[in-house]
Design a protein around this ligand. Structure first.
Ligand code: SUG
Length: 416
């Protein structure tokens, strides 16, 4: 058994659009009503996956969910003329952000030695709350090998759970027990705190985590107010390293101490507010990056292109790389279509530590499969969607056909 990190990126769905649905997500609010470019969005995502594969890393993917969601439209009795936001919710391609698909505890961390996955209930936002059952259907297939994986039901409401976006794992190596850190928000602020402490604790119990290797930390309410609706907007972890903004946690030094008590070799790379303001970190998504261990053992940060456009962020990156710390490279990627809805490189991937041989191969990417996906996206994904197109029967037909072609090409019609 060779356990390694596999990134499962969400393929951007053919109904990708900007409906301003996520209160507290600044990018989503500020791009509300813009035309969207689903084909370009999906191709950007494939480009990111191809880049990581070329670096020698294992890559998987999850598929877009059925949209428009007729059950949502029916259950909410949506009037397509009066209820434009609810209509858009039923059309949302938000499952592309697979960091919110589930929380994953690798086998070495759990009591029964299996990798546990709990789909996120995403109850805070109506367009996201409709995701988990369809997401689970995919997880049940991709991780259907019951000798190695357990897929749970989502945590019941009312405790909001947003999955891996508020979860970090520190480890010396993937094959040894790690320390899992859950970051929750305290309700009562201007924007919703989407991760509830009790949801995090429930996931820890469901997964059979050892309390001595599990840490619960409060997110900084000021970070949520500034637009860090998930913790992965202001910090990211990999191996022994925590790369974080100074203002990510309610009490930074206490948080680092709590992690260090469980994981003594922790290395914190903290970006001070004096170098990069919280607002600039959130605007550029410096921390919503993939912190990857490359095959040569060094770490690289796959960060949004937008980081290059910020003098303070880019200067920090240059200084960090020059300092010979644990992060040796910053690699910019273009995921602008997703970024405009508040989803950076880290949002687009779910990390699963597993032996790739135990995963259903239909969910694993290869060069030839990437070409196949690009061909289908090129032929069937709409080039542009304007807000007035949402709800049109002709667009609904295009979106359904596009997804159908994708499922067919991957031999996954069962998800239809
Ligand atoms: O849930 N945006 C997503 C972005 C999720 C980012 N994920 C992580 N940080 N892991 C959200 O807020 C916007 C949809 C719209 O407005 O049309 C949206 O759902």
């Amino acid at each position: 058994m060779s356990l390694q990190e596999i990134n499962f990126d969400g393929i951007v769905g053919p109904s990708h659009n900007y409906a301003g649905l996520s209160l507290g997500n600044i990018a989503s609010a500020s791009h509300k009503g813009d035309p969207s470019y689903p084909r370009a969005a999906a191709l950007q995502g494939i480009g990111k996956m191809r880049g990581n594969m070329a670096r020698g890393l294992a890559q998987g993917f999850l598929l877009p969910l059925p949209r428009p969601n007729v059950q949502t439209l029916r259950r909410l009795a949506v009037d397509p003329v009066q209820d434009r936001a609810l209509l858009a919710a039923a059309w949302s391609a938000s499952s592309m952000w697979t960091a919110n698909a589930a929380t994953v505890s690798p086998a070495p961390d759990t009591a029964d030695g299996k990798c546990h996955l709990t789909p996120a209930n995403l109850v805070t936002m109506v367009h996201r709350a409709q995701e988990w059952r369809d997401t689970k259907a995919q997880l049940d297939i991709a991780f259907g090998n019951r000798d190695h994986f357990t897929v749970h039901d989502a945590v019941p409401p009312s405790f909001g759970d947003e999955g891996a976006a508020n979860h970090m794992r520190f480890c010396e190596g993937h094959g040894t027990p790690g320390v899992e850190v859950f970051v929750y928000g305290r309700p009562g602020g201007k924007f919703p705190a989407r991760q509830h402490e009790q949801a995090s604790r429930t996931v820890g119990r469901l997964h059979g985590l050892d309390p001595a290797r599990t840490v619960f930390i409060e997110q900084n309410p000021a970070a949520i107010e500034a637009g860090a609706f998930h913790n992965d907007v202001v910090s990211v972890a990999n191996g022994k390293v925590l790369f974080t903004h100074e203002e990510a946690f309610a009490d930074g030094p206490t948080a680092y101490e709590a992690i260090r008590a469980a994981f003594p070799t922790l290395e914190v790379v903290e970006v001070p507010s004096s170098a990069v303001s919280l607002a600039e970190a959130i605007k550029t998504y410096l921390f919503n990056a993939q912190l990857l261990t490359l095959p040569d053992g060094t770490m690289a940060l796959v960060a949004p292109d937008e980081c290059r456009e910020s003098a303070s962020v880019w200067a920090w990156c240059a200084a960090m790389v020059a300092s010979n710390g644990p992060i040796r490279q910053v690699i910019p990627v273009d995921v602008r279509q997703s970024m405009a809805n508040g989803g950076g490189p880290a949002c687009l991937r779910l990390r699963v530590v597993a032996d790739p041989a135990t995963v259903d191969p239909r969910f694993m990417l290869s060069e030839s499969k990437a070409e196949l996906l690009e061909r289908i996206i090129g032929e069937h994904w709409p080039e542009q969607i304007d807000p007035a197109d949402i709800g049109q029967e002709s667009l609904a037909a295009t979106v359904r056909t596009a997804r159908g072609k994708l499922l067919e090409s991957l031999d996954l019609q069962i998800l239809g």
